[in-house]
Write a protein that binds this ligand. Sequence first.
Ligand code: NI
Length: 245
Amino acid sequence: MLRAMLLEHCSWPDVERYLEQNNGVLIPIGSTEQHGPTGLIGTDAICAQAIAEAAGDALDVMVAPPITVALAEHHMAFTGSMTLRKETLVAVIEDYTQSLFRHGFRRFYFINGHGGNIAVLNETLKGFSANSTGPDAATYTFVNWWAGPRTKKLRDEWYGDSEGGHATPSEIAVTQFVRPAAMKPVQRLGPAPKSQGFSSAEDFRSKYPDGRIGSDPSLATPEAGRALVASAVADITEHYRDFAR
Ligand code: NI
């Protein structure tokens, strides 16, 4: 995983040489928010970054620094969660991509680790693509690491209904694989309330008191995490090649 070309590990001549061959960049985007009583607050950012690095390695595509704090207003009743305002996140996405555009990057591929970012990524990146025309046009897209066909199949087979909607065993498994030293001891937790919507951060906490939505993270194992990273990389590699064609 460490062989990926990380922008932060390049010198400026390295990036210049890369751009002579390739104008693509992978941008991990996650979130910093509660993931139940046992999951790491950084889960979404850690998953997106690890999978982006592994995909960058498989594709020989550069990986930009991750966006680790994003839209998590609905988790703010749980201590330690952090959020950007929507307009801040849109500005961050614009400034990230515009900085890289000025140097010659033209294919912007976000690897997302957080459901709460989907609407803003969809809207913002569609807008950028529509406004980018002519010979110097850039293309923008994103993928949710957990949603590709191979990865979804594993999640369904292994976890079924226990996957739930938040603090899922699949995302916890990926963190067990990539950050073993940070993990809390596995605990058997009681059943989590099923998804029933929410209207605010306080309402979220009252409906889902320990932060989980319908999930059983005690099913997670680091071996499953390793397999999920591999399946996500296979899904993303196929999708990226189509995008960058
Ligand atoms: Ni998550």
